[in-house]
Design a protein around this ligand. Structure first.
Ligand SMILES: [Zn+2]
Length: 303
């Protein structure tokens, strides 16, 4: 992706090095995988540390019991002292993310205009370890997520390294897909889908709620694909292999693939984000059509 030298978004907050309010669960990678790329509609305010983290993780499909056991062994406060030292590589990834965010702003502003609507731009928050969000305390180990209460996307840049080394999903356009997926949740918020589905999930059994979550996540993948289509045709900055890298990332973070890797078996009832094939298919559909009217994952059957 040819992003160098392009204008970045100004809707960012750099909270790196400001310390976190929780010690992090980085040693418990398996237990946290279910939360990858989550979009949360929780308007819970926040401030009660562990309880909020657990609630948030539960909403993202992570078993809170695992975390309860772990969190009791972790320090509850961790404050960094001195100035934050970032590497040149990390600064470059931050610049890259700002450029991607700007590209999503341009594309979605156009699409919303065509629908006679106004696109309200979300904020991208860069943080390390942990930070306060409108949905509670964010921990780096939960992976990138969108909080609809404050309309912000939370990103710890080290996640991109994890994608490359642990998920076999490296490449700049794979990282762009992650940001575009979170922006997809923001689009759902603006279109009213997120609140509607969250309300429905609150009234449903766990199994039904999980299925609704899958449909929500696949739609965010679809919107990421729509964004990729428009970025490609309007700005001509994609390199050969970019779309394949994003499709590979979508596939590598499918629930079935992650469960097989982390627990050795698959539990379809517990899926919250969709299988590898479904994630691949919906991103690809968005990319091929470039038209949000093809993204009704809620009436699609089978998915
Ligand atoms: Zn998501």
């Amino acid at each position: 992706m040819q992003w160098q030298g392009r204008q970045g978004s100004e809707n960012v907050e750099d909270r790196r090095g400001q310390g976190g309010s929780s010690g992090g669960f980085s040693g418990n990678f398996g237990g946290n995988l279910g939360g990858l790329l989550g979009g949360k509609g929780c308007g819970c305010g926040g401030g009660i540390g562990t309880i909020i983290v657990i609630l948030v993780l539960w909403l993202m499909g992570v078993n809170p019991l695992t975390l309860l056991q772990l969190s009791s062994e972790l320090p509850t406060q961790q404050t960094q002292t001195g100035e934050y030292q970032s590497s040149a590589e990390e600064d470059s990834m931050m610049r890259f993310s700002e450029v991607v965010l700007k590209l999503t702003e341009d594309v979605w502003t156009d699409i919303f205009n065509q629908m006679g609507k106004t696109y309200r731009k979300p904020t991208l928050v860069f943080y390390t370890q942990g930070t306060q969000s409108g949905c509670g305390v964010a921990d780096a180990a939960v992976g990138p997520f969108y909080c609809s209460a404050d309309e912000k996307i939370y990103l710890d840049l080290s996640f991109f390294n994890q994608m490359a080394t642990q998920f076999h999903a490296g490449g700049d356009f794979a990282y762009a897909y992650v940001i575009a997926h979170e922006v997809g949740h923001h689009v759902q918020k603006l279109l009213g889908t997120l609140d509607q589905v969250n309300a429905q999930m609150a009234r449903s059994s766990k199994t039904v709620a999980n299925e609704l979550s899958v449909r929500l996540e696949l739609q965010a993948d679809f919107y990421a694909g729509v964004w990729a289509n428009h970025t490609d045709s309007q700005f001509h900055i994609l390199d050969p292999g970019d779309i394949e890298a994003a499709l590979n990332a979508a596939s590598q973070i499918g629930d079935d693939t992650l469960q097989k890797e982390t627990q050795g078996y698959i539990q379809p009832d517990s899926f919250t984000h969709g299988t590898s094939k479904q994630r691949y298919t919906w991103f690809n559909k968005g990319y091929k059509t470039g038209d949000i009217s093809y993204g009704d994952t809620f009436s699609a059957n089978p998915l």
